[in-house]
Design a protein around this ligand. Structure first.
Ligand SMILES: [Zn+2]
Length: 151
């Protein structure tokens, strides 16, 4: 019963908001995977976006101004050293949603798939990184049916 209700809500969300739901096996909910090690132990909430060179490895930064979330910043967990900046505010599309656990560990929705550099693809859940099978492949190559190549 709940399952069908959730399916219906998901469908309505897609139809009304034009959101695409993740469909690849790699995009499966990481809650079904055995827990990975904690990578981001806490969330640092700041008012202003820091410069990239001040972002430390393993640090997860949430930029919140006057109660509104604007950005998530962290160094890519693959170790490439790049700072990943994700918009969390409208009108950015895509944009991410940050949830912080009682312990302060961050969860991001949807998954992160870098379109340059290392092309890492992962879920961040409860401060833990869950790698997708198609990490290292461009989204438009791995899923041409979903992602168009940006010119
Ligand atoms: Zn990387």
């Amino acid at each position: 019963m709940w399952f069908w209700l959730l399916r219906l809500l998901r469908w309505l969300e897609e139809v009304i908001l034009g959101r695409r739901s993740p469909k690849t096996p790699a995009d499966r909910n990481p809650s079904k995977a055995p827990p990975a090690d904690i990578f981001f132990a806490r969330t640092d909430v700041v008012e202003k976006s820091p410069s990239n060179d001040t972002v430390r490895p393993g640090q997860f930064i949430s930029v919140v101004h006057k109660g509104r979330s604007y950005w998530a910043l962290f160094r890519c967990p693959c170790g490439c050293g790049d700072v990943v900046s994700l918009p969390t505010q409208a009108p950015h599309d895509p944009r991410w949603r940050i949830e912080v656990s009682l312990e302060g560990r961050p969860t991001l929705h949807p998954s992160v798939w870098r379109t340059k550099g290392c092309l890492s693809h992962f879920w961040l859940s409860d401060g833990r990184v869950y790698w997708c099978e198609d990490t290292g492949v461009e989204p438009c190559r791995a899923r041409p049916d979903v992602y168009a190549r940006k010119l």
